[in-house]
Design a protein around this ligand. Sequence first.
Ligand SMILES: *Cc1c(COP(=O)(O)O)cnc(C)c1O
Length: 361
Amino acid sequence: MSHRIFNFSAGPATLPEPVLRQAQAELMDWQGMGASIAEISHRSAPFIEMAAQAEADLRRLLSVPDDYAVLFLQGGATLQQALIPLNLAAPGQVADYLITGHWGQTALKQARPYVDARVVASGEANGYRGVPPRADWCLSGDAAYLHVTANETIHGVELRDRIEADVPVFADFSSSIASEPIDVSDYGLIYAGAQKNLGPSGITVVIVRRDLLNRAGQPRADILTYASHMARDSMLNTPPTFNWYLLGLCLRWMLDEGGVEAFGHRNASRAARLYAAIDGSEGFYRNEVAPAVRSRMNVPFFLRDATLDAEFLRQAGERGLMGLKGHKVVGGMRASLYNALPDAAVRALIDFMQEFAQRHG
Ligand SMILES: *Cc1c(COP(=O)(O)O)cnc(C)c1O
């Protein structure tokens, strides 16, 4: 086995080693077909069976109720941010957006051509260091939906309280899906690009309450229509077959590892240890997000002396700790702690951070 780094990339992100090994072993000959899964028709029985198994595994992993459809689509999370208003709101209808970071802003931008998108509250004035208090939210009342970002991958802000609203709540779960148990029925729609916590890029999961798909929405092509994708089992056109397969292997791996309960415990403990190391560094490192809404999956942090940033990344790299540079929108550092990241990586990061602080503090 060649050398593997400790990969803290925010996405595309690290994949489970057993998944990579299995994909490697099956690349020349998948299920005795004498071809890889990337080389066969999506209309073939073995492919259809693989796809159905992936859906069954996702439903089991997330306890998805039967009155929800599961779609496997292309175009990433960003395309869903446009498809949501196109499918689920009338032209010019009001839609509410809670903005807790960068990805909430992109959702708003993608929706603006289609709906009267209103910001119910925004953490922007506060530098996205927290979630605006519920008492300050200005809900429209007649909105088609309320859109929220469950976990802000760049700003490191995670919604921790159940969102109560009179309209269906639509949530971008790209970077925290399957990181802990959730109640799917709290949401009208959940979407997640797979490349953070579920598998490879190029495939996006949409979980949507079936009755919502009866909404007329707006003039749009069939290929942009959720109901059409549902009717054709997400094979309206050629799906991203290899990505779907890799996603399926990741889902199976998560179930084998104990499912979302096990990951929930593991992720909470890992994040707590990293935040404790940051908070215990006497200001050498800092994270500015309100503790109650700090992300368990993406931990942005800053060095007190930013002139040490390059040296920090260089020395981290020497130890095989990669992908720690913060997003350009906020700078500093960011450690993404997705399900597939081994525990040893988090321990190695904390050890390194403490040693670095001692040497340079
Ligand atoms: C990465 C990310 C996106 C964008 O995903 P794409 O698949 O690149 O469109 C949107 N929302 C969140 C929360 C993300 O983490």
